[in-house]
Design a protein around this ligand. Structure first.
Ligand code: A3P
Length: 353
């Protein structure tokens, strides 16, 4: 039995406030996301958006006892989280491909805040086994026990996924455990995020990409604002326990990224092993792998592991959206040292279009 770390740790009050979004903002969010009855909230000065249910879990999450042998993967949604999780899990588990194929990734590497993300309307239905969504990303368990609690009570070593930004996570995190942060071009994230919602269920998605993009660039979708989210980690990228990655670099040279992550985790692998892992993680093999790609929509058209490319936003953005994206990025990145590889020219200067 693992002693409850919560019982031993001094309880910290939240250093940030949680406010309801305005009625107009709530309407804009709910135009994109169905099934939420509570008002969405914004957390802290940066205004991270979360479903209203997050109020109930925020303090427990902030107070989670981090363990030195934890490994956390932190991302904004649709930035290559699953890809990175599988890589990290295998690197830490002696490339045990057999074991990885036996157990879904969401079990091996659970997500911290799953419970608060489930739309209120779906919650009771999943609990009653009424919705076929229960199999998706461990929702079945998350409606019964808060996802942070399951993780809190899990034996070591723990692998923890979260989309929460660092400022909403336990303050001891970076001084205690290893953290890998993955960032991706926000335009590709927006497209991928849209398809995720479309995939989960047609009935939960009534927005067009235009509505979705409007909410995204207004920083109204869950876990936004994306640039602030990424910048928090970017600013701490030189810390000993932080390894900062870009999705685009994984696309460009996966073996190099595998070598870097292995070094960060103090693991040594031969070039042959690195090659085996890269094969396992290749898009083709990943899409066929049921333990990571366990969720398609009803007719199987949209997959969780969907396209796997950098720059796909170009085929989804019309001319107006291209300009809007340019404005959004230039405004948000102004004054920051954060540089997305896909936004840099060969001299390393940030350009957009
Ligand atoms: P697309 O929808 O653009 O294809 P997350 O795991 O954070 O939800 O990220 C999902 C995104 O990562 C999806 O992007 C998915 O296809 C992509 N992805 C997952 N595995 C991948 C792989 N092996 N190679 C390339 N991209 C991958």
């Amino acid at each position: 039995m693992v002693p409850s770390p919560l019982a031993m740790a001094p309880w910290l009050e939240l250093p940030y406030d949680i406010q309801n979004v305005t009625p107009e903002e709530d309407k804009a969010i709910k135009k994109c996301l169905l099934g939420y009855t509570k008002t969405f909230v914004k957390c802290g000065k940066k205004g991270y958006v979360m479903p209203g249910a997050f109020r109930k879990h925020a303090e427990a999450i902030y107070n989670m006892r981090v363990r030195p042998d934890d490994i956390w993967v932190i991302t904004f949604p649709r930035s290559g989280t699953t890809w990175t999780q599988e890589m990290v899990w295998l690197i830490e588990n002696d490339l045990d491909f057999k074991a990885a194929k036996k157990q879904p990734l969401f079990d091996r590497f659970p997500m911290l805040e799953t419970t608060s993300q489930i739309p209120e309307v779906a919650f009771e239905l999943i609990k009653a086994n009424f919705m076929n969504l229960g199999y998706f990303q461990g929702l079945n368990l998350a409606v019964k026990v808060p996802s942070w609690k399951t993780i809190d009570e899990a034996p070591s070593p723990r692998f923890i996924k979260t989309h929460l930004p660092l400022s909403l996570l336990p303050p001891s995190l970076l001084n205690t455990a290893k953290v890998i942060y993955v960032a991706r071009d926000p335009r590709d994230v927006a497209v991928s995020y849209y398809y995720l919602h479309k995939m989960v269920s047609k009935t939960l998605m009534r927005s067009t990409f235009t509505h979705f993009w409007d909410a995204f660039r207004r920083d109204l979708l869950p876990w936004t604002p994306i640039i602030e989210h990424t910048n928090e980690a970017w600013e701490l990228r030189h810390k000993e326990n932080m390894h900062f990655l870009f999705y685009e670099d994984m696309i460009k040279d996966l073996p190099k990224v595998i070598r870097g992550v292995s070094k960060f985790l103090d693991r040594e692998y031969s070039e042959e092993q690195v090659g085996q892992l890269a094969d396992h993680l290749s898009f083709k093999s990943f899409q066929k792998n049921k333990t990571v790609n366990n969720s398609a929509n009803e007719n199987g058209e949209i997959q969780f592991i969907r396209k796997g490319e950098a720059g796909g936003w170009r085929t989804h953005f019309d001319a107006k959206m291209v300009v809007q994206a340019d404005e959004f990025l230039s405004k948000k990145l102004k004054g920051l040292s954060l540089k997305y590889p896909s936004l840099c020219n060969t001299d390393g200067e940030t350009t957009y279009l």
